[in-house]
Design a binder for this molecule. Structure first.
Ligand code: DGL
Length: 260
């Protein structure tokens, strides 16, 4: 038993889509969410830079006494998870990868699209995952241009967002895909917009949030780290940006629980 919090980290607001799944699946667990905010977006940055930010973030969470860290960011996972695990060997660190495996196993057309940041799509980790799990499946890689910025501006329900989503998704409609994998944790905030564009087409959206929550639950069991049953959880929000950003983070978190 361990009532310490689980740390969740992202470049900004995106990891809140993972935070929501953790909160739902593990209602006794306290969560400390760190949304960098100062260096967001990570998508076009170098591996070295992202690794530095990720190490700083985990240091901060560890200084708050977390028992586990969930890197709720595909980009930071691809850049830094191996380094983080070798530096903090005694603490479980969960990374996030685009759900290429379930999408490849379930596609009927043999073609899937993976939406993610530039960095994630170009990473060795993504190449390895795609060649391991998507054998015989055509994987169309697409960067969600401006998606992260829109979510960071709380602008996902605007005409601007609708336009950005149309620009990225419409060209996929006649490519024979039947799965769109959301390989960036910011993108689930744009699901209503994506659904509008794919409506009438036989395409399913595949996200990793629930699978990550299951993995965290499994690790809590394995390392006997679960909080006591009935423990009253606390939810804390931290950032490397300013207090205004931190408050927006908190508001977004508390407002999303039933929305996504
Ligand atoms: N939310 C992040 C991800 O899952 C990164 C977005 C960014 O900062 O570019 O990839």
């Amino acid at each position: 038993m361990n009532n310490s919090a689980i740390g969740v980290y992202d470049s900004g607001f995106g990891g809140l889509s993972v935070w929501r799944e953790l909160r739902r699946a593990l209602p006794d667990e306290s969560l400390i969410y760190l949304g960098d905010g100062k260096n967001c977006p990570y998508g076009g940055r170098s591996r070295e830079e992202i690794t530095r930010f990720a190490e700083e973030a985990v240091e901060c969470l560890v200084s708050r006494g977390v028992k586990m860290v969930v890197v709720g960011c595909n980009t930071a996972t691809t850049a830094a998870v191996e380094q983080l695990r070798s530096r903090w060997q005694s603490m479980p660190i969960v990374g996030l990868e685009p759900a290429v495996k379930p999408a490849s196993l379930s596609t009927r057309t043999g073609r899937i699209a993976v939406l993610a940041t530039e960095h994630s799509l170009a990473s060795d980790m993504f190449l390895r995952t795609a060649s391991r799990y998507a054998e015989g499946v055509e994987v169309i890689k697409v960067v969600g241009e401006n998606f992260v910025e829109l979510v960071e501006q709380d602008a996902e329900n605007t005409e601007r967002a609708a336009e950005a989503v149309r620009r990225v998704i419409e060209p996929l409609l006649n490519r024979g895909i039947d799965r769109i994998v959301l390989g960036c944790t910011h993108y689930p905030f744009l699901v209503p917009q994506i659904e509008r564009v794919i409506s009438g087409h036989d395409i399913e959206i595949v996200d990793s949030g629930e699978a990550v929550a299951r993995r965290v639950a499994w690790l809590l069991d394995r390392y006997e780290l679960h909080a006591e049953r009935g423990h009253r959880p606390t939810y804390e929000f931290l950032t490397f940006a300013d207090e205004e950003y931190r408050l927006r983070l908190e508001q977004k978190a508390l407002g999303i629980k039933d929305v996504l």
